[in-house]
Design a protein around this ligand. Structure first.
Ligand code: ATP
Length: 387
């Protein structure tokens, strides 16, 4: 693949310019491997997470959701093998002070919290196999060389599912999650995901099958997400098992794990959406974000901000739309050309302009981000059009 580092610089610069992502602690020179999400970046990330929850958890009837602590009893990461296998790569921390202080670690993946809580879940909900638990949360790795913007950072977020099954059924569920991951990629607007069957030598020692979902980043092809069959390794490590009421047998369930990094998802979406074209004889940049994840669904403008009758009509339309679609924005900053440029770069699919005709016939202009074309439509048709 030909590297296109210029595109990476463009994305980093757009993210800063439009308030998606900034270097952490920037006023002090930044801090390698740490990033801050600004207003639009936070909304984009939240939309991605909500959509993941919908597809990986709520659309199914065999899933639970959880939110476990980032810091746990040191025994969790000792039993899981992380401390002995990845000692330098996980952040050591002290909990408590003085002689009472306990040394433990920031979690390097969200998964262990799910395994360590397995008994609670089973005791409370009595789920029948197969079932899964999903979690979104921060993970920390003391990466030796954090790089490529948010691709490899030291603090990042994961969306993980641990799916528990009888041993003989694992491959069926593996295939099912594989499909879910591929269709999720399409639905959030990630262009072309490449599946790489990871060879035995490259796999984690406990995994009997792993597929890396890869993406062509400007710096080369790299991992986006992973799908692993983790066998019964984790529950065994924590000495946990399951009583199957149907067979009257006690055994250790096996695990299939789709693991998706939120930040790499954000990056792949931004790279897929980044577009340059010519409009009205000028080069323009826009993010072709799917409307289900775009931070702003539509922006409402008064044509002129010094005409009170236009401003108040625009406010009225904005308030009406916002009741139906929360991600509506009012924008009267700068002239109309600047507003279009800003909204294009934020990835706003529609812009609505209130002009003098609106005052007489209750119609507005609706501009489509991708074509730049405008149509005149009635205010009463707006909600339908934007949804
Ligand atoms: P890599 O080989 O790139 O280091 P990995 O195989 O160690 O990744 P996993 O342990 O499978 O990654 O973690 C699951 C997911 O978490 C990855 O697919 C990725 O999306 C995300 N992830 C892992 N490490 C990082 C990181 N340092 N920064 C951002 N995201 C990460």
């Amino acid at each position: 693949m030909i590297q296109d580092l210029g595109k990476m610089e463009k994305i980093v610069s757009l993210c800063k310019r439009r308030g998606f992502i900034y270097p952490s602690s920037e006023i002090y020179g930044g801090f390698s491997g740490f990033w801050n999400y600004g207003h639009y970046g936070s909304i984009l990330k939240e939309n991605i997470k909500c959509f993941w929850k919908q597809r990986f958890i709520f659309d199914r009837n065999d899933m639970f959701v959880t939110d476990t602590s980032i810091i746990s009893n040191p025994k969790v990461l000792e039993s899981s093998g992380h401390v002995s296998n990845f000692g330098n790569e996980i952040f050591k921390i002290q909990v408590g002070t003085g002689d009472e202080a306990i040394t433990t670690h920031l979690r390097p993946e969200t998964a262990q919290g799910i395994f360590a809580d397995f008994k609670n879940l089973v005791d409370v909900h009595h789920p029948k196999l197969p079932f899964g638990v999903g979690q979104i949360g921060k993970a920390f790795r003391n990466e030796i060389s954090p790089r490529d913007f948010i691709f490899r950072s030291r603090e990042f977020e994961q969306m993980e599912v641990e799916y528990f099954t009888k041993e003989e059924d694992w491959s069926k569920h593996f295939e099912n999650w594989r499909e879910t991951m591929n269709s999720f990629a399409k639905e959030v607007g990630i262009k072309t995901v490449h599946e790489l069957e990871v060879s035995q030598d490259e796999r984690a020692h406990y995994s009997k099958r792993t597929i890396d979902f890869q993406f062509d980043y400007p710096f080369g092809r790299g991992e986006l997400w992973g799908l692993a069959y983790r066998t019964d390794f984790d529950l065994n490590n924590h000495s946990l098992d399951y009583f199957d009421e149907e067979s009257g047998k006690r055994f250790v369930p096996h695990v299939v794990e789709p693991s998706l990094g939120v930040d790499r998802t954000v990056l792949a979406i931004l790279l897929s959406a980044y577009t340059e074209d010519e409009l009205g004889g000028e080069t323009r940049i826009y993010l072709k974000l799917n409307k289900n994840i775009a931070p702003v669904r539509a922006a409402v403008f008064p044509l002129l901000k010094n005409k009170p009758e236009l401003v108040s009509k625009a406010r009225e339309v904005y308030t009406m739309l916002k009741k139906e679609i929360p991600s509506i924005q009012f924008d009267d900053n700068g002239n109309i050309g600047k507003r279009y440029r800003r909204q294009d770069e934020i990835g706003t699919p529609f812009c609505i302009t209130i002009d003098f005709d609106t005052l007489t016939n209750n119609t507005v202009t609706l501009r489509d981000r991708d074509t730049g074309e405008q149509e005149r439509i009635s205010i009463s048709d707006l909600v339908f059009k934007l949804k």
